[in-house]
Structure formats: structure tokens, C-alpha cells
Design a protein around this ligand. Sequence first.
Ligand SMILES: Cc1cc2nc3c(=O)[nH]c(=O)nc-3n(C[C@H](O)[C@H](O)[C@H](O)COP(=O)(O)O)c2cc1C
Ligand code: SF4
Length: 658
Amino acid sequence: MHSRFPHIFTPLKIRNMEMRNRIAISGHHAGWWIQDGMPSDEFAAYIEERAKGGVGLFVIGCTSPKPGSGWLENVSDAVIPRYQMCVDAAHRHGTPLVAQLCHPGLWPSRGIPLTLPVPSAKGIQPVPRHPAGKKEYTTAELEDMVESFGIAAGRCAAGGVDGVELHSHEWFLHSSILNPMWNVRTDKYGGSLENRMRFMVETLTAMRNAVGPDLVVGVRLKADDMEQRGNDADEMAKVIASLEAQKLVDYVLLTGGDARLHHGPMPRAENEWLPIVAEHKAKTTLPIFHAGRIMTAESAELALAEGAMDVVVMTKAHIAEPHFVKKVFENRMEDIRYCTRCLQGCHGKMELMSCVYNPLTSRELEWASTPAASVKKKIVIVGGGPAGCEAALTAAGRGHEVIVLERGTELGGQVLTGSNSPTRKPWRNIAEFYQRQAAKGVFQVRLQTEATAETVLAENPDAVIIATGSAPNRFCTGSRTTTTVHEAIEGALDHAKRVLILDREGFMRPWVVADRLTALGIEVVFVTPLLKLSPQAEGWTLDELLRTVGGYTVEGKDVSVPNPAHPEKRPPMTFQVGFEVGSWLEDNTVILRDVQRGTEITVSDIDGIVAAVGSSSVNDLADNLRGKVPELHVIGDAVAPANVENATYQGARLGREI
Ligand SMILES: Cc1cc2nc3c(=O)[nH]c(=O)nc-3n(C[C@H](O)[C@H](O)[C@H](O)COP(=O)(O)O)c2cc1C
Ligand code: SF4
């Protein structure tokens, strides 16, 4: 028995599937895991890395039994050897593998309140979820669909999986047929709960018949639909009870609501749905799994100890840290890259999914083994931001002697600025990971050290890496001084009453400012010349920011699912999308110009303007060292200002090659 995490390290057997611990990775999806519609070699390597890392179960994500989904597809026997490849990758290291089946359905609009109500230059519109040419399925088409799920499950079994899982979650086909908000059918699949469940029941029956009695059949359901109010927790309890009575499933994987509510962007609380999951668990004897931003071993252990669930799903935790379970088992918490719930590198990039600060993620095939350096070098890295730190970690891991010179009081660079507002605290996880690694002695650090050519040369390095980052540009409007995003985040406008944020970047920095200011009760007018609000921001994060930070309402009513992490009421932000700042007059009036029509409007009482107008690289030191050291490299924002993922990728790439 594990002394610190006894519940996590208690095995679980479901039918013939043996889990060595209670941590699972639920289905998730990335474009570059798909080759000819089927699992790619890259995906098998991704699975294998997590199996090596000790996870108790891996579920292959959305796989459609019909062509045309754009996801993984299980539409011919060609998929069988591809499943076999994934199974072998998982089994080699003792992890069972379950294959999820799902059909996207019609992608219905989610009803009121609409999610992603992003103000745009064209007004507020529901997100179109009815791709052209899609239609309501006929009864016969649904019956055919049931058969396809059965055939697909049979292929999963032929590929050697330990189980199959039906996805009835989000707004995909099974979930939309279960929910009376979306299902207005009058045939045997519409109307009463029994009728709305029929499609799921028939599908699960077909899947069970196809896989036989030894394999596990699971289902993924919402604990409560949260927003549509069609399948609330009471109705979902009835669904679970019915599935249990009919002996149709061996486990139920529960998630809270749709979209942002279950993906759990940073502004929402960790472990948010535990109480509702615990209520479901108390009403059934079926093993309950739960995926919902459980990010630490301590929370997982507590959830299991309190009997809230049988298996803790930690998916993003494993996107960021493939060896999470192994490190927990070995009590090596300082080596864990804890997920920040930024959703930026994973869900936000779906097709090229990775992690903002684990460049190994999705590059396992190429990068999983790091060759030791053939020639050991002394490397001086200037700048302890994400680029410099990742380079330091990777190079030190290969046997080089690495010294990081950082002028600040702690490692982290711009991550420290980016985490300096109420909803952004988890972003600090990135800095703290590198700080723990330095404290452990993986690489050396000299803090509060302003590097010059002389101090660098005095170290007599074999190689120098310049990772000195970038500085934000200042926006000029007439004679009045505007504030940079960094100055505002550090408190320069904390005394203001009404601030205008100009965003020409379309990403996260202005939101960190808005978060800080609205939390202080300061009114914010958000102006962007872009024709869409924050197009580079991850969608669910933006959706939640609009509510938590922006005080978003529909016709004056707060329609948000309350966010217990940030219950404070903030002044609603106003948005001017498609406008540029003209001038800021002495009486605090700002003239805005419509970028398409050239017409002007004014906003009054603006006592501060913060402008997110790009950054400029800081790399003078590289010029001073060129030709004076055997090897000189410049990485991250010091080359071209971009984002953390770009910085850590460049750091890792150089660290592997140097
Ligand atoms: C990139 C990405 C893709 C996902 N794709 C799927 C999927 O195919 N099927 C599924 O059931 N859930 C999918 N999910 C949701 C996860 O299974 C999980 O419910 C979610 O990440 C919340 O759990 P966590 O907080 O432990 O990460 C996806 C999540 C991410 C981040
Ligand atoms: S990209 Fe962000 S949310 Fe995704 S795994 Fe990495 S830290 Fe977590």
C-alpha cells in the first residue's frame, strides 16, 4: 500500500480489465494522431509514453463509426491493426486501453444561454452548429447508426482493446437525442425519457453483443447538463439507474455540463463538480469515473478517500505531464509539470495539440528518448523565462553544465506577469515547475544578475543562449501617455475609474489587464480594430472570461453558471469590436474610428488607456557577444515575440541539439 496515496494506488478490476491504480486518461483527440482516418504511429507513441508513466487506463477519444466526422474513424477492417498497435503500446507497460465511439450528430445550437456569445463586428450571433447539408436523421437512419456502432465495437474487440465506451456527452449525437432541449422527435426516439434513452440503449446493446461478455462497456454522460436544463442531475440519475437496472454498462464516466464547463478553463475552480458526482455515486453501484479538472494527486486522493468516485480521470494533467502517476508513486512531486488549464496548447490547437510548456507532448515518436550529449559543454543561458528554462532543463538532462543568469528575483519571465491577476493564478505553475527543477539542482541559477558581455565571457562558456525575451510596445496617441500591458498588470492604473483597453493582438494579454482592473471595480471599455474579439484566444477560455471577467449578461440577466472560484460581481465590460483609437482628449474623451466605415464615435471619462500593441525583441547582448564565444544561439521572444509554447518549443529543440 502506498503510504501517501493509498486510494490512488488501489487496483480495480472491471470484468477482465485490470487497472493498477485509480487514475485514468479519458478520450481526447488531436488532428496529428489521425492518419488516413485511423490512429497514427504518433498516436501510438503518445499512448505508450503515458502507459510508461504508469496511468491506470487510457481511452482513445472520439472515433466515428461513420465516415465524414473529421475525427478518428472506425469504418472498415483496416482500423483493426491500428487499434492493435495502440493496444500493444499500452499493454507493453501494463495499461489497459478502451476505445470510445461517438457520432458528431447535427451539432445543434445549444439553446439559451448560448455559449460562445462572442461580440463581433457583425453583432451577437449563435454559433452555427448545422453544417450545410446536415439534416434531422430519420428513424431508419438511427437504426442503421445503431448497427454501425455495433460493427465498429466488434472491430475494436478484434483490435484487442480491453473495452469500448459510448460517448453521450457534449452536443454529439447520443447526447443530443437524450436531451429534450434538442430532441423534438415524434418517433420512438423522441418524447418520454424512455424513448429518448432508446437510441443509447440500443447502441449499448449492439456494442455489448459485438464485444462479448469479457470486455468492458462504458458510457460517458453528463452529471448535469448545466445550461440547457433538459438533462438536469435528477434526470441523469434516472438514466444511470436505468442503465444499471438493464445491466448495460460496466462504468459511467461523468462530466459536468458541456464545453467550457467540463473542459474547465483557468477562471473556473478545480474539482468543481465533485459534489454533484458524489451524489450520483451515492445512488448507484456502478463504478463512477469523473473527468473534471482534477489536477493534483492530493485532490485525486481526497476525492477517492471521500468516496466521490471510483476512478479519477486526469486528462489534461497527463497532456502536460505524461509520467504523472509514476512521479506521484515515487513522491517526485517537484518533477511534475502541473497543468495550468490554459487550454491554449491542447484544446485550443486541437489539430496540432501539444502543451504550452511540455514540448514533448505529441512529439513522442521523435523526442521521447533524449540522447546524452557526446561532448559535455558549459552553457550559459541569459534569461530565465520559459525559453531559457526549457533549454536549461533539456540541455542539463543531456549532461551539459548549465548556468542561467536571470535579472529578476525569480525564474519565470513573462509568465510571472501573465499570472498576476485573479483568474490567472494557475499560469504560475509554469514558472514554479522550472523553479522547483532549479532548486533541485538540475541546472544552476543566478538570480538578480544583469548579464553583460563581460560577465558572460567571464564564465568562459562553450555555448551561450540568449533568451532575454521581449518588451511590450507603447502606443502613442497625441501628447498623453498610455500604459503598456505590463505596467497595467503591475498596478499602474489601479487608481483609475474607467479604463480603455486597446487590443491589436487578439490574444490573452489584454484579458489579464481586464481581469485585474474589473476585479478592482474599475470599468473597462475593450476596443479592438480586429473584426472578432480575441481571435487567438482559446474559445472556451474566452467564453468563460466574458462571463467571469466581463460580467456578461443577456438582456441584463446574469445567465452564467455561477463560478465559485470567482463569485465577486464585477462591472460589466463594454466592447467596441472593429474600432481603432483615434485620439484621447484632455477632457478624457476618446475618439474611436470604425475600421471598415471610417465613421467616428466617442467614449467619455477614460482616465487611462492600456494598449496591447505587440512587443519588440530584446537581444542587444547577442550583438555584443557575436564572434566572441564558440557558439551563440538566440531563442524565444528574443528572436521574435510569440507565445509560451513557441518559447518552450524553441528551448527544447535547442536543448536537444546543442
Ligand atoms: C484536446 C482535447 C480533446 C478532447 N477530445 C475528447 C474526445 O475526443 N472525447 C471525449 O470524451 N472527451 C474529449 N476531451 C475531454 C476530456 O476527455 C476531458 O473530459 C477533459 O479534458 C476534462 O478532464 P480534465 O480536466 O481531466 O482534462 C478532450 C479534451 C481535450 C483537452
Ligand atoms: S496546454 Fe495548458 S491546459 Fe493544455 S495541458 Fe498544457 S498547461 Fe494544461
